[in-house]
Structure formats: C-alpha cells, structure tokens
Design a protein. Structure first.
Length: 293
C-alpha cells in the first residue's frame, strides 16, 4: 500500500443517540470529505469518539467506510487490552483499511517498557495485516516517548507514527530519525502542522479538516508551493479556529461546526451545562460568518 501523506481528515462519528452510531450520516460525511479533496480519512480515532462505541459497531463502521470512501482509510483500532486491539486490527485489515492507527492501551497509565511490549506483541499478532501506525496522544493515554517510538520504528514492523503531542522537541526527535531512516511521520496536532510540514512531516491527521477541509487543503497547497504569505494567512485562520474550539470538550465544537454546515452529528454523549451550550451556540453563529468569509 502507498504511504499515507497530505491532509487526512480525522472524522467524527455521528450518533443517533446513546452509543448507536448514525451509519447514514457517517457515510454522507465520508462523501463530503472525499468530494472536498482530502487525501485520507482517519476513522475511529479520538475525534471519532471510539471509546463510546460497541465493538460490533466499530467493526461495521470500518467495513462500510472502506467500501464507501474514495480515499485511503486509516482505521483506529485502539483498545484498553491487547486482545481487543488485535481483534479490531484483524477486522480492519480484512475490511481493506490502508492502515491501523493504534494508541497505547488507554485509561490506565503504563511505563515505556510496557508500551513497547504492547506494540511488539500487537505487530507479531497482526502478521501480514494492514500497515501499523503508532498513535501518540498523551492528552488521553500514556505518551510514547521519542526514544520508544524510534526503537519501535527501527524494527521495521511499523509504517509510521501519528504524533498528536504538539510537543516540538518530540517532533524534532522523530523528524531527525526520519531523515536517516525514512518512515511516515504524520502530525496529529493542527497547531504545529504548518511548521512541521515545512520541516519534513509527511502530512497531518486533522480534526479541523473534518469540519473545514477547504482550509487545511489550501494551507497544504500553500506549503507545497512555497507561498509564504499564503501559509501565514491561512495558518492564522487555522489558529483562530483552534482558539474558538479550545474551550469545548473533544470533539464537541467540530461536530457543532459540521452541524452549522448542515450535517447530522447527533447529541453529545455527555450533556452540556447550560452555559457551555450557550457558548456553543455563540460559536456556531461565529462559525457561519467565519466560513462564509
């Protein structure tokens, strides 16, 4: 399979209510993202709220998304246990996913030796399955240190990493290793995308690209064309959006932006406080004016 690169949208998962995903709305979102020109879809990552979905629903979504999508699908297979991750990985590979996106086992915190062993055991169990991408997201689970990531990447059993830490020193360490030992380095934090892409990152897995693919794609073009004025202007717009969504839980504001564009996303899994709901409605009013500009 071709290595993943460019703008990969981290898709939300629309819900009908409770834990039930809205399959129809999810497929409509995939159509929108493909039509916008994004270069890949990351399904069932943190933006996709995978922790709120049943195992069978996760499997069904991957099969249907891969069948529907016109671009590669990077399937999230994260789980709190090794056995659960392997079971999801086998299903995603059978579905034809372009890659498996796996964070360290979540909720409990683990040391680097256990994280390393977890990934090695997963790779051993997957055999010739879809390419495996490490998923470093310390905001939600144990972080993968740069040393551990490099040790794992050096085995040749992992295709790359999505680094969502937003830590520039961490990115530089990973990028330094990449210069001598090529692998796929994806940024998972929109705030450093422009800087990291110009420094050598292969692409971005972006929640913002799910709601506003036009912005990330325009920024990607400006970077490729060495249009520094365009990069500065578009990156300023990106950071303006990031500041607006920062007060809300992930991925509430991304879903609200999509709702303002006419997409069905469903109610959040946790009820919002009245003041938060009011702020979200203010955000949607701002967003409608912002995107029309």
């Amino acid at each position: 399979m071709q290595p993943l690169s460019g703008v990969i949208a981290a898709a939300v998962t629309p819900h009908k209510g409770g834990t039930e995903p809205d399959i129809g709305a999810t497929l409509e979102l995939i159509d929108f993202l493909c039509g916008a020109g994004i270069e890949g879809i990351a399904l069932l990552g943190s933006t996709g709220e995978f922790v709120n979905l049943k195992f069978d629903d996760r499997v069904r979504l991957v099969y249907l998304a891969v069948k529907r999508s016109r671009v590669p699908v990077l399937a999230g297979v994260s789980h709190s246990t090794l056995d659960g991750a392997v079971a999801l990985g086998c299903e995603a590979s059978a579905a034809g996913a372009a890659g498996l996106l796996l964070m360290p086992p979540f909720f409990f915190r683990y040391r680097q030796p256990e994280i390393r062993e977890f990934y090695l055991r997963f790779a051993g169990a997957m055999g010739r399955g879809a390419p495996i991408y490490l998923y470093n997201i310390p905001a939600f689970t144990s972080g993968i240190s740069a040393d551990t990531a490099i040790q794992l990447l050096s085995t040749g059993r992992f295709a790359g990493i999505k680094d969502s830490s937003g830590d520039w020193d961490n990115f530089e360490a990973l990028n330094g290793y990449k210069r001598e030992h090529p692998y796929t380095l994806l940024v998972g934090h929109d705030a450093i995308f422009a800087r990291a892409r110009r420094a050598g990152a292969d692409g971005v897995v972006s929640g913002v690209a799910c709601a506003v693919p036009e912005l990330l794609l325009a920024l990607e073009r400006a970077i490729k064309e060495h249009d520094e004025a365009g990069v500065e202007r578009l990156d300023t717009r990106l950071h303006e959006f990031l500041r607006r969504i920062e007060p809300f839980p992930t991925p509430v504001a991304i879903k609200a932006a999509l709702a303002a564009r006419g997409f069905k996303t469903g109610a959040p899994p946790v009820p919002l406080a009245p003041e938060t709901q009011a702020a979200l409605e203010e955000f949607q009013d701002w967003f409608r004016g912002w995107i029309s500009a």
